[in-house]
Structure formats: C-alpha cells, structure tokens
Design a protein around this ligand. Structure first.
Ligand SMILES: [Zn+2]
Length: 470
C-alpha cells in the first residue's frame, strides 16, 4: 500500500472508531486546494509520467506522478457553452462558479456576449473564492503565467474579455460604463482586503513605464501598497522567505509569463511553482477558518501551443512537484486536494516504441522476437518518426521529402497540419490547438469520494462547496 493510501486508511479507521457526535463533521474540509495543469490532458500526464520516470533512471512507463496515487478519479467534460473545444477562461469559470459559459469570458454568464461590457455588468457570476472570503476563509492563487491570465483571473475578476489584462485593451467607452481591466481588479478589491496571497508573472500589466498600461506614470502596485500598511509586495524567490504573517501579499516575478522551466537561467530570481505553492500554503495556514488556494501550472499549455512537447513535459513535472510539496504540508484529514486540467491538447503518444524508449526520441520498435531493433523505424518515406507529436500546429511538415524530426527537450515535434485561426485582435495564429476530449480529475481528502464517473466541469464547483459543508 502506498504512503497516501496508508494515511487515508488510518484516517478513515480513526474516524470510524471515534463515533462522532452529530455536531461533528468529520467529512468536511477546512481547506481546499485546486491544482489546474493548464492543457494537461491525459496524453500529457502519460508522457510526463514516462518523462519523469526516465529522468530518474527508470524505464518510465511504470512510474507514477504524485497525484496519480490519489484514491478518487473522474473524467471531466470540458466544452464551453458555445464551443466544442474549449478555452481556459470558460473552463476556469465553470470550475470557479459552477456555471459553464462561453469561451473567452471571466466569471460572466453565457447570457452576455464576449467583449460586451454592459452584458458583463448585468450578468456576473460569483466565484467560490469570493464566497470563501465572505465566510471568513483566506484565499490565494499562484501561477506560472501572468497573474492576470485567464485561469488565475477567475479567482478575483469579472471580465467579458480575457484579453483585458491591462487598461490598454479597454476603450474609453467601456471604462466609462464601469468595466475595469483585470490588473486593476486585483489591486482594487471590492472588500478592501482582497486576496490574502496572489503570485505569478505579469508585472507589465500593472505599470506604465516598461509595461502595458496607458498612462506611462501608472504603477498599480505602488498605489496598492500605499493604500494599506497590511500589504506586502515580493518580486524574487528570496523574498518569499520573509512574508509577514497576516499581510495581503502580491508577488510578481517577471514582466510577462514566468520562464519555461526548460529555459530557466542558473541565476534566475524566479521561484519554481513548488516554491510558490509552499509559500502560499504556509501563509494561508495562519487563517483560523481555513482557506481556498488555486495553483496553476500555466505553461504546460504554452509548451504545447508552440509545438514543443519537451517544454510541456518539464512544466508538468514541475507541476507534479508542486502537488508533492502541498501533500507534505497539509493534513489530509482537513484538506481536500483536487488536481485537474482545464482542457487537453492535440498531443499524441503513438507508434509502437519499445519499452523504455526515450519519450522525446525517435521510435525504436521491437523485432519479431519482441526485442528492441538496433535502429529507429522508418515510415514509407524512409524517414524516422517520433513517439510524441501533434495533430496540428507549428510542427506541420510542408517539405517533401520530410525532414528527419527533431528530438529532445528543445525540439518542435512534427504535426500533421497547420491550423490557422484568428486571434481576438484579428492577427493570425498558427499555434497548436487545444483538444476536446475529457480530462481527468484526481482527488484526495475530505469530500474527495464525490469525484467519480464522468462529470460536467462545473460540477467541480459543487464538489468543492460540498467539501466545505456549505
Ligand atoms: Zn491554451
């Protein structure tokens, strides 16, 4: 029996012997941590498990990531109300508010059109994080993307357009109507206190000089700090060691998204997601009434979009480390941990590679005796191929004859077709796309036994609420 299941079995046995009085609620959670691996579909989890195993000297296939040992698992349907293959804003809104909605909107109901300020003001959705604050819980969010990016924004903002990260993207008319950009909303909370801790990248959305705000003199962080002595700003991993207990903390460690882990420089001052997670849990643990924390591994998605599976797998590995860090810090008798993805990617693990074949390498098949061949297999065109690849994106092969595929962590994996779609600003984007199949939800802790079957994504909200006993 593995360590986690042993802990769970002991906890269950103790609860069973204690014959709790009706006033006690041994099944309810004091804390909930929602881990979202952005774009971490099942094929990504499988490949990352092998990658992580191989990086420890194993064949890889037999290895498991920390969250794969959780006792409860469900499949999650991710579509948006208006889109078969979803985006992160609509999916994160479904998880945070209990209501599925359109692609591209943050905590706004599907009754409003995307980009409609008036529609958003009339049709807001209330995220679980806000209810948690009203009930006296502490709330935090940490991510490796800009803090104003779609997934983390659902913890604290309402916006009819995910791209309204700074005021540069709003018209004067929308501002006059009362709509505000996402960075503004983080630093001007309705309840004065705001989030207890919010950390990630994206400093540029908060400042004019060297950043994205209209007014070159704008500095929302300086204004936010000046408005209360109970606030603290950090911008280096070192700074995480001196967080003041009880302070409201914002951490911004990079101008835009934080660096891909695969591209981190030795002298970087950016923390890893596991360090952010540890600091956030330690900070929130001081809350007498419990907490809600969202942890996003946000750049798994970006690695896939640029057709680099190695980047996505290294990000997934770092995400799994963050889950391990949380497990070492919380009491699973009072903390529900959920690990899921918002959507999947057009990413496959294919061919018939032999056992232990390097996950980012060329396919080496077995011979007729079932032993590995001495050299990589070739397609009908005489060129070898990789195990991992994409249905679409920048790796699309246009040359004849097909070039030998790149391999290794920095490679762009080959794809079948380029897909060119139009961004909100009208520019073309030929990135690899999300995919529409279900994602997995892994759970441990009080309330986790509700995680089973095939569920709609907005049910994750209900599972969290029920775990708190609300
Ligand atoms: Zn994406």
């Amino acid at each position: 029996m593995n360590k986690l299941l042993t802990i769970l079995a002991v906890a269950t046995a103790v609860a069973g012997c204690a014959s709790p009085t009706p006033a006690e609620k041994p099944q309810s959670a004091r804390n909930v941590i929602l881990f979202i691996g952005d774009g971490m579909g099942v094929s990504t989890v499988t490949a990352a498990r092998i990658f992580d195993g191989q990086s420890r000297g194993l064949a890889g296939e037999e290895h498991v990531l920390a969250f794969e040992e959780f006792p409860n698992v469900a499949l999650v349907k991710t579509y948006n109300t208006n889109q078969q293959v979803p985006d992160s804003a609509g999916t994160a809104t479904a998880m945070m508010t209990g209501t599925k909605t359109r692609a591209g909107v943050i905590n706004v109901s599907p009754d409003a059109a995307r980009g409609s300020c008036a529609g958003a003001l009339e049709n807001p959705l209330v995220p679980l994080s806000r209810t948690a604050k009203e009930r006296g819980l502490a709330v935090g969010v940490v991510t490796t993307t800009r803090l104003t990016h779609a997934t983390p924004a659902t913890v604290y903002a309402n916006s009819p357009e995910r791209d309204w990260e700074s005021d540069k993207y709003l018209s004067d008319e929308q501002w006059a109507l009362g709509c505000r950009d996402i960075a503004w909303q983080l630093t001007h909370p309705d309840d004065e206190a705001g989030l207890d801790i919010a950390m990630g990248g994206g400093r540029g959305e908060f400042v004019g000089a060297g950043g994205n705000r209209k007014d070159p003199a704008a500095d929302l962080i300086a204004d936010w700090l000046a408005a209360s002595p109970d606030r603290q700003f950090v911008d280096t991993a070192e700074g995480l060691k001196s967080l003041r207990p009880g302070a409201n903390v914002i951490g911004l460690f990079s101008r835009s998204h934080m660096s891909y882990v695969a591209r981190r420089k030795p002298d970087t001052t950016q923390p890893m997601l596991a360090e952010l997670t540890a600091a956030a849990i330690d900070h929130l643990a001081g809350s007498p009434d419990g907490y809600f924390l969202m942890v996003e591994g946000g750049r798994i998605d970006h690695g896939h979009h640029i057709g680099k599976p190695g980047y996505a797998l290294v990000e997934t590995q770092a995400f799994a480390r963050a889950v391990e860090t949380a497990l070492a810090r919380v009491d699973l008798d009072d903390t529900l941990i959920l690990v899921t993805a918002d959507h999947s990617h057009a990413f496959t693990l294919a061919g018939y590679p032999t056992r232990g074949n390097p996950i980012l390498g060329l396919v080496v098949e077995n011979d007729r005796r079932g032993e590995p061949n001495p050299s990589p297999s070739v397609d009908a065109d005489g060129v070898p191929y990789t195990s991992v690849g994409y249905a679409n994106g920048p790796g699309a092969v246009r040359q004849v004859p097909r070039p030998e595929p790149e391999t290794g962590v920095y490679s762009v994996a080959q794809a079948l077709v380029p897909v060119v779609h139009t961004r909100v600003d009208g520019s073309p984007d030929n990135g690899e796309t999300h995919s529409g199949e279900d994602v997995a939800l892994y759970a441990i802790g009080p309330g986790s036994d509700a995680v089973r079957g095939v569920i709609e994504q907005n049910r994750i909200f209900d599972i969290m609420r029920a775990a708190y006993g609300w």
